[in-house]
Design a binder for this molecule. Structure first.
Ligand SMILES: C[S@@+](CC[C@H](N)C(=O)[O-])C[C@H]1O[C@@H](n2cnc3c(N)ncnc32)[C@H](O)[C@@H]1O
Ligand code: SF4
Length: 389
């Protein structure tokens, strides 16, 4: 376990801060997000800061590479709240010189007005949830902003930050390949150094999930059209200089999101906030942490108890190896076979890997195992085969 423990150190250390509130709930979204009438920002800032201090005490002043404010909608955080949390981070943990601090933002004008203050607080990267560049599609996705507002927010973001990414959701209802191609080209004209391009997933427990179960969500692309849209996306982005580095993420050289890369390469991260998950290697043993999802329950725990964890459990070698496989095969750089085996993967895994290599889904070069283009398009099926030990 100690050799793999050193690898976890090498993959870096991050802090994830979850802000669980949104102005309204989008019909496709199953993230831990809640609509609240009133939020006591100072109370939340104090509770989050307390949790950051506890994470620092637990991890023994480990050097921090990244911070990610995710949600929900972190751009609903008052700039003072973000500043207080980041001040606590600076006072608690030593920082890497090139630490990356990302904040997820929704493109309404009110929120874009806060970008300068976020930068002053220490945020150095914005990830903007544009979702579509067409007003009709934004309405169907239940978004509160227009395409013009999204562009305006993006322009403000690029004035304030060197690093700006935005998200689009494609493979939407009644979207043709040509329509996506045209929208993607417009997005690529805007893009700076990073794009996240997700195919619409119908999640159980969401409004879209319920509508789909009733047969009411018509016009979604079939598998062939979705695959064509994906191929087109990868090609067009590459032509524009944004290389695929994870199933849905594209970046110019040097602009990958370090924080997400840390998840995908099984690095350690502390998770604070409602519903936040963490992975911490303590004395050579990897642990999984989970906080309560309900905002009120989390706040009470953070304020009144010694920590806000609902779960704090050691991961077995087999569990850690499966997680590394699940996450690591999403990224184009792939995973290290020797690290996977050192973590405690079952002894039949190399045989299952060989079968997937023969089927053209995986490629093995030296110690590196990665998905082929075909394997990435069928990633869920490939992972099912590999995990069927
Ligand atoms: C935490 S969410 C959103 C951040 C921010 N609240 C927003 O909506 O702009 C991160 C991203 O996941 C993507 N996403 C969420 N649910 C999805 C789904 N069901 N299918 C595809 N993409 C989804 C969206 O692109 C979204 O921007
Ligand atoms: S997509 Fe973003 S704004 Fe919409 S409900 Fe999910 S987290 Fe909130």
């Amino acid at each position: 376990m100690s050799a793999s423990g050193e690898d976890w150190q090498a993959a870096g250390f991050g802090l994830y801060v979850h802000w669980p509130f949104c102005q309204s709930k989008c019909p496709y979204c199953d993230f831990n997000s809640h609509v609240a009438e009133h939020i006591d920002q100072k109370r939340w800032a104090d509770a989050l800061s307390r949790e950051v201090e506890r994470a620092g005490a637990l991890t023994g002043r480990r050097k921090l590479d990244t911070v990610f404010f995710g949600g929900g909608t972190p751009s609903l955080m008052a700039p003072e709240t973000v500043a207080q949390v980041l001040d606590t981070v600076r006072a608690t943990l030593p920082l890497a010189n090139d630490w990356e601090v990302t904040l997820e933002a929704n493109p309404t004008s009110v929120e874009a007005g806060r970008f300068a203050a976020y930068r002053q607080a220490g945020v150095n990267r914005i990830s903007l949830g544009v979702q579509s560049l067409n007003d009709g599609d934004l309405r169907r996705l239940g978004r509160l902003h227009s395409a013009a507002e999204a562009r305006a927010a993006f322009d403000i973001a690029r004035r304030e930050f060197d690093r700006v990414s935005f998200d689009l959701i494609y493979a939407r209802q009644d979207q043709s390949l040509d329509a996506w191609c045209e929208e993607l080209d417009r997005a690529l004209e805007m893009a700076i150094d990073h794009l996240s391009l997700y195919q619409l997933t119908i999640e159980p427990g969401t409004a879209f999930g319920a509508r789909a179960a009733r047969g009411g969500l018509r016009g979604l692309p079939d598998e062939d059209l979705s695959a064509d849209m994906y191929d087109l996306t990868v090609e067009r982005c590459a032509e524009a200089g944004l290389e695929l580095y994870e199933v849905s993420n594209f970046a110019r050289s040097g602009a990958i999101c370090k924080h997400n890369m840390l998840y995908w390469s099984a690095g350690d991260y502390a998770g604070v906030g409602a519903g936040a998950h963490g992975r911490l290697t303590l004395k050579g043993q990897r642990h999984a942490t989970v906080c309560p999802s309900a905002p009120g329950a989390w706040l009470k725990k953070a304020e009144q108890e010694a920590d806000a964890f609902e779960e704090f459990a050691p991961l077995s070698g087999q569990e850690a190896a499966e997680e590394y496989l699940l996450m690591g095969l999403r990224v184009t750089q792939g995973i290290s076979m020797s690290r996977l085996l050192a973590m405690g993967a079952d002894t039949d895994l190399p045989n299952r890997v060989d079968r997937m290599v023969e089927a053209g889904m995986l490629a093995c070069e030296g110690d590196t195992l990665r998905t082929t283009h075909q394997g990435r398009a069928l990633l869920n099926a490939v992972l099912r085969e590999l995990l069927a030990g």
